[in-house]
Design a protein around this ligand. Structure first.
Ligand code: ATP
Length: 427
């Protein structure tokens, strides 16, 4: 059977992944055979998410009625039911539905009624608390397929420390990154000099190490020096896969969806209030403002370096009429050149235009010249992929160390192998 859970947390505490880790242990303790749980990120643009729009799926063998009872007990006990925006959902399916509903929840918007329909059709046991909106994530998680997947080892704090400042040795995270990158990613942001895999929110997460195999995340974890973790859980996940991106076309984008699309830069980038940078991208007569927000830090310099006529692909979410950039691929660079009248070879003065198509003329000595002076500016941006730094990365965005979007190795980067894969560190 598959057990899907979602919407148990609130800004002031808890995390559905924590609840999933507790549930896995309770099921195992009651004699269920429990697989490695899955952490599914869904549409990052849903307005009612608490943080990263995560849902959990647990594969288990045993009595479904008992599993449902235990799962509901976990939600009753641990979910922040008093919080206004928390509307948990639990679903147990013996015969998982196809992945269509998961894919819709990942790339589009779903209703609670649609989730109920999917669960009814699958003969699921399910329960929603309050509005029951978590049934969307629960049904999506239970129907998920993972054509591409990565791993995350999540460590949780002991409950007595929740809400207090996390004690971590920052340097050990940099040592871990040095020893395991690019097999792991997004542990630290070197350019900013900060640890990015340990949150500052009051939830139970101590840190999460992301990587290409259970062995690599466990190896990376072995370098970390922190306060004692109360529990550690390995998750198979759709994070870092670009699974949220659809192929898109400028002029035909839908609000709240994420796209990979192509176009030609139609002007120079402008830096607005707050340091946010915008550049227009055009295709077939339609123009799309592409945004690199202030938190994307040095990535904004790449966007500022674009020039009209550059051809590129862009990946990001379409919100409020613009594309929030996650990464771009510069396909070709236009010439960045200025044309102006040449300097007169005879008297050294700047010539003036002699009229359209008539070349140039020197006002003082009347000499003539046919061609303008061309002043070429060196380009600061290179062809190829450019991405936001780890501190601004979205959970679903595929980092370039994993190869290009949608599994195509069009970065010139390497596709990781999965050698030396040894499962441990499930805690
Ligand atoms: P948590 O750790 O509790 O999962 P979160 O940041 O992941 O926190 P939630 O609190 O779960 O966010 O809120 C997201 C809500 O949005 C859930 O109720 C989920 O069922 C719902 N949801 C997820 N994806 C979609 C979607 N594509 N369309 C509509 N609702 C969605």
């Amino acid at each position: 059977m598959r057990i899907g859970i979602d919407d148990t947390d609130a800004p002031e505490g808890m995390c559905t992944t924590y609840l999933g880790a507790v549930l896995s242990r309770r099921l195992a303790g009651r004699g269920f055979r429990v697989g490695i749980p899955r952490l599914l990120r869904l549409n990052p643009n849903v307005p009612w998410k608490t943080r990263g729009n995560a849902a959990i799926c647990i594969d288990a063998e045993g009595d479904p009625k008992e599993a449902f009872r235990i799962a509901c007990g976990c939600v009753d006990e641990l979910a922040v039911l008093g919080a206004e925006g928390t509307h948990p959902g639990v679903a147990v399916v013996e015969d998982p539905p196809g992945p269509a509903f998961y894919r819709k929840a990942l790339q589009d918007f779903c209703t609670i009624d649609e989730a109920r329909e999917v669960l009814e059709a699958a003969g699921a046991r399910y329960r929603g608390w309050k509005l029951g909106r978590g049934l969307i994530g629960a049904a999506a998680a239970a129907s998920a397929d993972l054509p591409d997947a990565t791993w995350e080892l999540l460590a949780y704090r002991t409950p007595d420390r929740w809400g207090t400042c996390r004690e971590i040795d920052h340097q050990s995270f940099f040592v871990s990154e040095d020893a395991t990158s690019p097999r792991t990613w997004d542990t630290v942001d070197r350019a900013q000099g900060i640890v990015v895999c340990s949150p500052h929110t009051p939830d139970p997460v101590l840190f999460g190490i992301r990587g290409e195999s259970p062995w690599w995340v466990a190896y990376a974890r072995s370098f970390l020096v922190t306060e004692p973790a109360g529990m550690e859980q390995l998750y198979l996940t759709n994070q870092s896969t670009d699974a949220h991106l659809r192929e898109g076309r400028i002029g035909a984008l839908e609000e709240g969806r994420s796209y990979r699309l192509a176009g030609v830069v139609a002007g120079t980038a402008e830096t607005g209030r707050g340091g946010h940078v915008t550049v227009p991208l055009a295709d077939s007569g339609a123009t799309l403002p592409c945004m690199a927000y202030e938190p994307t830090k040095g990535f904004r310099d790449v966007v500022r370096g674009l020039r009209a006529g550059d051809r590129m692909e862009a990946c990001g979410s379409y919100k409020g009429g613009s594309l929030n950039l996650e990464k771009i691929r510069v396909l070709s660079l236009a010439e960045d050149a200025e044309r102006r009248p040449p300097v007169c070879g005879a008297c050294g003065k700047r010539m003036t235009s002699a009229g359209r198509g008539k070349g140039y003329r020197c006002r003082s000595c009347k000499s003539r010249a046919r061609d303008p002076e061309i002043c070429r500016h060196p380009r600061t941006v290179a062809c190829g992929w450019h991405e936001v730094p780890p501190c601004a990365r979205r959970h679903l965005a595929r980092p370039l160390v994993r190869g290009g979007p949608n599994g195509k190795d069009d970065t010139g980067g390497r596709i990781p192998d999965h050698g030396g894969c040894r499962v441990h560190g499930t805690g």
